[in-house]
Design a protein around this ligand. Structure first.
Ligand SMILES: [Cu+2]
Length: 763
């Protein structure tokens, strides 16, 4: 599933595609159930040694014999049967806003959270998982995986979630917007939301989707600086790994992307936990540099909103303030399946600068579109005009159930466009400014967004953030850049310029032919023409300008730091930056010596040097470090170990021109020093801080980062999660000790810690 046939595909091509799908289904099932391993498939001749599907007729939908049968080829490769839509039409359902997770007091958690993993409370392990007893918490035990700075940053807020199959209806949906916005969007308080992608599409079977709390819409976590959250994640997925609807793994590890916290809370790919267990993640929500800069918390710009409408100062560098995060599964070699299946949510972080109350005028608050404390009584975190949008392409089988082809090692592409897990929704808006936090939550698809009016003319967009970070300045655009998987673009749209009754559209201009890379970026006119064979190109969301602002509540928000002109082509020292107005200027690293440079090259055709079946996986994708061989992932291998408190320069190179890779480096925000050797190649919207770096085909970039405050075992990987799983991922440690950190090997009965089995030269 997942590729798409041209609209004029012949019946013969469709039949061949269905046949191929049937033949593949058996293999997919066997692989996803763990009955056969990738190594077995290689032995059986179904895979080549490089992990590619062997060219067996009918098995692979991209085989040339099928291509040849496709009328209109060779444009878009033939795929599998198109997803049925059951009569669902575009723009016929209202956008579901995210479901906000309740914030509770710590005493609601039983058992109480602990600094070291709770391995004293035991539970009875299901016989399917080997029986006996296991620790209640799946976090590795002992001091090394204890929460760092637990006593200093004791949790103040508890959030409890459960990963599970479809619970059939969400009876507790709470978008935390004003009643006026519920009315505008057509939500009724009494309504329950069944788990389907459109009312006309079938309700999903219990194990077709695995979402947070077993419901839709996707979940939104709300937090603020200086108020640590304890995020208790229960795993209530089926004990039997075969009960997965064809894809998805029942073990999970949750990554808060891109949290500045200890590695024990980072969702390390090998620190997964089993059905019946929970994992306590400690999100202290701290400004990077808090151990060395502004330690006395005297700078008002380094602050957090108080409930009373004031500011609470926090330690650290305010230039490191972050806003839009997301959280998702990071299970070793199963991330793509689990994220696609529903293990993805978003996390809005509030600060004095970005407090989510546009009418608080205190000289610190940037007053971005959000909502008004004077109307809602909420002095921070208003969501009325601050909208999370999670974009993802999906595919469905003949029964209308979510489907995925896990054998597409180049990447998996769906043919149905969804926003917040809803098929092509519309959104009613007021005539005022809105902020949209746009997340690309796809498996392998890049997007390129434009805003167009009904006649197809591109309309202005103001980009204010890239990844978790507000940019130094807002940028006026009519089209966003390609948005790689896991990148977040925050934008502002000013709907006050349009008359009541106006309709506007988000248009995707990025065409894919496979999961390796975008095939081409179309013009808005081309994307709207319907000529593309990619069903996810074109309009995917409709805005309806239906209301003026309410009497007494005019738009009080701003887009500070707006800049239309392109900046100089060399790095400008911060002292020469204009003083006002700005969003968030970059942290100044110029006074920090660079202690090390490393080169990571992202390649196809990887070797696996480890014999450890628990911690390693096979290619075809891999990473070459400092010119050494290209290796497939082994999370027991340490590929880099920066010294705590230092700054480094990392070179990220794409080893080929036939693919793109959005590279995610955990934990630290980086600044791009050059693209393909030149700072002038770095577009304005990439001149802030980043956590995902698109390499572009045959492209390279140089970034700089510092490593501070916390230690442990982190990762760097491609966020095309199919590439990541197969096996483009390296582990790197921040470790001041001489002894390498051990690797966890979880079992239902407890986590073993084993010695790291490889250390790359120069790590
Ligand atoms: Cu990749």
């Amino acid at each position: 599933m997942g590729l798409f046939l041209p609209k004029n595909a012949s019946r013969l091509a469709l039949k061949a595609a269905r046949q191929a799908q049937d033949e593949r289904r058996g293999i997919i099932k066997a692989l996803s159930h763990g009955k056969v391993s990738r190594r077995d498939l290689i032995k059986m001749g179904l895979f080549t040694g490089a992990g590619m599907l062997a060219p067996i007729r009918g098995l692979h939908p991209l085989q040339s014999n099928l291509l040849a049968q496709t009328p209109g080829g060779p444009g878009i490769p033939t795929g599998l049967p198109p997803s049925p839509l059951w009569g669902a039409t575009a723009f016929s359902q209202s956008l579901p806003r995210f479901d906000v997770l309740p914030r509770k007091t710590l005493d609601t958690l039983t058992p109480a959270p602990t600094k070291q993993a709770n391995t004293t409370d035991r539970y009875n392990v299901d016989p399917i998982l080997g029986g006996g007893t296991g620790p209640a918490e799946g976090r590795p035990g002992g001091d090394m995986w204890a929460h760092q700075m637990w006593d200093r940053f004791a949790p103040q807020v508890a959030v409890e979630v459960t990963q599970q199959g479809n619970k059939w209806a969400n009876t507790t949906y709470n978008p935390q917007v004003s009643q006026s916005q519920c009315n505008l969007m057509g939500y009724s308080a009494a309504s329950t939301m069944p788990l389907c992608f459109h009312a006309k599409m079938p309700v999903q079977y219990e194990n077709s989707v695995w979402t947070f709390n077993g419901t839709v819409p996707p979940k939104l976590l709300i937090g603020r600086y200086g108020e640590p959250i304890l995020f208790r994640h229960h795993n209530n997925l089926p004990c039997d790994w075969q009960q997965n609807g064809g894809f998805g793994r029942h073990t999970i590890s949750t990554h808060e992307h891109n949290g500045h916290h200890g590695a024990e809370n980072d969702g390390f790919t090998g620190a997964f936990f089993f059905p019946g267990q929970y994992y306590d993640y400690h999100y202290p929500i701290l400004l990077a540099g808090f151990t060395s800069m502004n330690t006395g918390a005297t700078d008002r710009f380094a602050s957090s909103p108080t409930d009373a409408g004031g500011l609470m100062n926090v330690p650290g560098d305010w230039h490191e303030t972050m806003s839009t995060h997301w959280f998702h599964d990071h299970m070793f070699s199963f991330t793509s399946q689990n994220v696609y299946k529903g293990n993805a949510g978003m996390f809005n972080i509030y600060s004095g600068l970005d407090r989510g109350a546009e009418d608080v005028n205190d000289g610190v608050n940037l007053r971005l579109p959000s909502g008004q404390a004077s109307k809602t009584g909420k002095s921070w975190g208003n969501l009325d005009y601050d909208v999370n949008l999670m974009l993802s392409d999906k595919a469905f089988d003949a029964e209308g159930q979510l489907a995925m082809d896990i054998l597409q090692f180049d990447g998996f592409i769906g043919d149905v466009m969804t926003v917040n897990l809803a098929y092509k929704p519309f959104m009613n808006v007021e005539r005022r400014k809105y902020r949209f936090r746009i997340l690309n939550a796809s498996v392998s698809r890049f997007f390129k967004l434009a805003l167009a009016n009904a006649s197809g003319t591109a309309q202005p967009i103001y980009q204010i953030a890239n990844d978790g970070n507000l940019l130094p300045r807002a940028i006026k655009l009519t089209e966003l850049d390609e948005q790689g998987i896991a990148e977040r673009f925050d934008i502002v749209i000013d709907f006050s310029k349009y008359t009541l009754g106006t309709k506007l559209y988000f248009v995707n201009c990025c065409e894919h032919q496979d999961g390796k890379l975008p095939a081409k970026d179309l013009s808005v006119a081309q994307a709207l023409s319907g000529a593309s064979a990619d069903p996810c190109v074109g309009r995917f969301m409709e805005f309806r300008v239906v209301a003026n602002t309410a009497p007494g509540y005019p738009d009080k928000s701003f887009v500070p730091g707006f800049q239309e002109t392109y900046p100089p082509t060399s790095v400008v020292p911060m002292s020469q930056w204009p003083t006002s107005p700005m969003l968030i200027p970059n942290p100044d690293l110029s006074q920090l010596p660079v202690v090390n440079e490393r080169t990571f090259e992202f390649n196809r055709g990887a070797n696996q040097t480890s014999l450890n079946k628990d911690t390693s996986f096979t290619g075809p994708w891999g990473i070459s470090v400092n010119g050494m061989g290209t290796l497939a992932a082994n999370y027991g291998r340490i590929s880099a170990a920066p010294k705590p408190g230092t700054r480094e320069i990392w070179h990220l190179n794409n080893g080929g021109g036939g693919w793109d890779h959005p590279i995610h480096i955990h934990f630290e925000e980086g600044q791009i020093l050059d693209r393909d050797g030149l700072y002038s190649n770095v577009p304005l919207w990439e001149r802030g801080r980043k956590d995902v770096y698109r390499l572009r085909p045959a492209g390279s970039l140089t970034i700089t980062m510092q490593f501070r405050d916390f230690a442990g075992t982190y990762m760097e990987h491609c966020h095309n999660t199919v590439h990541e799983d197969n096996a483009m991922l390296v582990r790197w440690d921040i470790n001041g000790e001489l002894q390498p950190l051990p690797s966890p090997v979880p079992t239902p009965q407890g986590v073993r810690l084993i010695d790291a089995d490889e250390i790359e030269p120069g790590a």
